[in-house]
Design a protein around this ligand. Structure first.
Ligand SMILES: [Zn+2]
Length: 240
């Protein structure tokens, strides 16, 4: 069940106070409108009623989507400490003290993310039929390709799966501040799932909130991710 409350915040531009709705937990099945807002990136944006300035709030939220067997804990502050606390919950499951949740937990994916943009990315991945762990490998390989290409490779600070307007692509932010997007290559993704899918599944089998991100991909690959880990080639993207 979803749980929300009203909080008063102050506009960062004009200082005027106004009320916003904060979701401590969000059930995607009972609140599909909020789920859509997460997918669009508007869920945690708040517009000042006085001056129109838009602010982005990050706060803790437990996102549950039982139809898709996913639960994601959004932890913007004290990440490591709060993740550890949350994972003690699974020790209770192991002891069968929470039998009904334990029954659900067996086939559910549990993830921990730092903010709502990471939650947004995951929900979009899952909705488009992708596995988030395989997609992190895909993104890591895309980064490696961009950083080492002969015609001007440069360091990448972030890669982000996007499916705006029905087109799958990897949005890229470079360390020099420039940005762009690389077309998604289904063949490369298929290669990755065929080659690493089983190992990824067993790496994530334990019942706890797992962090599946770039570091996860690098650790999984043993430290070295290159664009040559599979047969398929990444095609040219558009960069600005
Ligand atoms: Zn304002």
């Amino acid at each position: 069940m979803s749980k929300n409350r009203t909080r008063t915040i102050s506009c960062q531009r004009c200082g005027k106070s106004f009320d916003v709705l904060i979701w401590d937990s969000l059930n995607a099945d009972t609140d599909p409108e909020q789920r859509e807002e997460i997918k669009k990136g508007t869920f945690n944006r708040y517009k000042c009623p006085d001056c129109g300035f838009t602010m982005i709030l990050q706060y803790s939220c437990l996102y549950t989507d039982m139809s898709h067997a996913k639960q994601v804990f959004v932890i913007p502050t004290d990440f490591d400490k709060r993740l550890e606390e949350a994972n003690r919950y699974f020790d209770l499951l192991e002891k069968k003290e929470l039998q009904t949740v334990a029954d659900i937990a067996d086939n559910c994916s549990f993830r921990a993310v730092h903010d709502f943009s990471e939650l947004r990315e995951k929900v979009n991945m899952w909705d488009n039929g992708f596995d988030d762990a395989a997609m992190e490998l895909y993104k890591a390989m895309t980064r490696a390709w961009l950083e080492t290409r002969e015609d001007g490779g440069k360091p990448v600070s972030k890669a982000f799966f996007s499916s705006e307007n029905g087109k799958d692509e990897i949005e890229i932010l470079f360390e020099d501040g420039s940005a762009g997007a690389v077309d998604f290559v289904p063949d490369l993704y298929r290669d990755i799932t065929a080659k690493y899918g089983d190992d990824l599944n067993s790496a994530l089998k334990s019942r706890c909130f797992s962090v599946v991100d770039f570091d996860f991909a690098v650790n999984f690959m043993g430290g070295a991710v290159t664009e040559n880990n599979t047969e398929s080639e990444i095609v040219e993207g558009t960069f600005t």
